[in-house]
Design a protein around this ligand. Structure first.
Ligand code: NCD
Length: 322
């Protein structure tokens, strides 16, 4: 059923910053994906480096744990020949009481061209972008429950690589959508690229209030119905660290009702793609046979993430200094 996308907030502020995908133009998404295609091919070459960001500096400021996103941003900067510095919360002066904005201003005084931020609070990269007055590009690597734009871009890249244009596709996002910044960014990108159906499949307790109207999507509480005929299934982890109290009766019960097993995959399109942003909890939201099975593109998502991060760093940090 067609839905009206939610109003764009225009906060993406691309190509100066990438704090979210809300309000980003489809042409901007295609520009990033196109450049990522070039960098994806470079990844298969014996010499994987280019000097595109030689002389530029990228600082990764991660205040939450991360495997994929942090290593991918670090490697992306290095493949582009930038100087890359990683700062993590426990080893920074924030553990001595320095405020978030003082930390950001201090790092900015070192004249980086890009600051990549992961923060537990929604809006932190936005605040940094506003506070620094455009002197360095801010890239959001995941903020609270808000957005995770590069994850959604790599997901879109992976879908288009495997299946061609998003337009006309039925995409089901399954699991803990209420706490997922990944889902929020995916929904913005899928609307921008005119997916035919965006289905959110979850119990009421794991959905944002009024999801259908607020996000312009179809909501299913029954997983078998939500997966029927889907071209793409995106599974999400239960993000316990962001929950207040238990929102599902038990992990066993959750897997019975919403877990992706081979029988549920069989309800989707016959060439369905199974995706997961990671980290996965095997046996909670996804069966191992499915995660490691023929429809899964979970590891190609990681490979493509590097190309996406190279593309956004190139565009945001590779221009004339602001
Ligand atoms: C996600 C995140 O941190 O938002 N992971 C990621 O970056 N690939 C999803 C999650 O934490 O479940």
């Amino acid at each position: 059923m067609p839905h009206t996308p939610p109003p764009a907030t225009g906060e993406a502020n691309f190509p100066h910053h990438l704090v979210g995908l809300s309000g980003i133009a489809s042409g901007d998404i295609q520009r990033i994906l196109g450049l990522a295609g070039t960098y994806r091919r470079l990844t298969d070459q014996p010499d994987k480096k280019t000097d595109r960001l030689k002389g530029r500096t990228v600082i990764n400021l991660f205040l939450e744990s991360s495997t994929r996103t942090r290593t991918s941003f670090e490697l992306a900067g290095k493949r582009l020949s930038a100087d890359v510095i990683n700062v993590n919360a426990s080893a920074s002066a924030m553990s001595k009481g320095e405020t978030w904005l003082d930390t950001v201003r201090t790092l900015e005084a070192l004249s980086p061209d890009a600051l990549v931020i992961r923060h537990p609070h929604s809006g932190a990269p936005h605040l940094a972008a506003r506070e620094l007055g455009g002197r360095c590009a801010i890239l959001n690597a995941g903020d609270g429950l808000h957005e995770h734009p590069t994850q959604a871009l790599l997901d879109i890249f992976t879908i288009q690589e495997q299946k061609g244009p998003i337009a006309g596709r039925k995409v089901a996002i399954v699991g803990d959508i209420a706490h997922s910044r990944v889902a929020r960014s995916q929904i913005h990108a899928l609307h921008a690229l005119e997916a035919a159906e965006i289905r959110l499949v979850a119990p009421k307790t794991l959905l944002p209030a009024d999801a259908a109207a607020a996000l312009g999507v179809d909501v299913y509480h029954d997983a078998d119905a939500g997966l029927a005929g889907a071209d793409v299934i995106i599974m999400l982890r239960m993000q316990m660290e962001r929950m207040r109290g238990a929102l599902v009766p038990s992990q066993r019960e959750y897997f019975r009702l919403y877990g992706l097993d081979p029988a549920r995959v069989a309800r989707a399109a016959e060439d369905v793609l199974v995706m997961h942003p990671g980290p996965m909890n095997r046996g909670v939201e996804i069966a191992s046979e499915v995660a490691d099975g023929p429809y899964s593109v979970i590891l190609p998502q990681v490979t493509n993430g590097l190309a996406i991060r190279m593309a956004v760093l190139d565009i945001l940090a590779g221009g004339d200094p602001q």
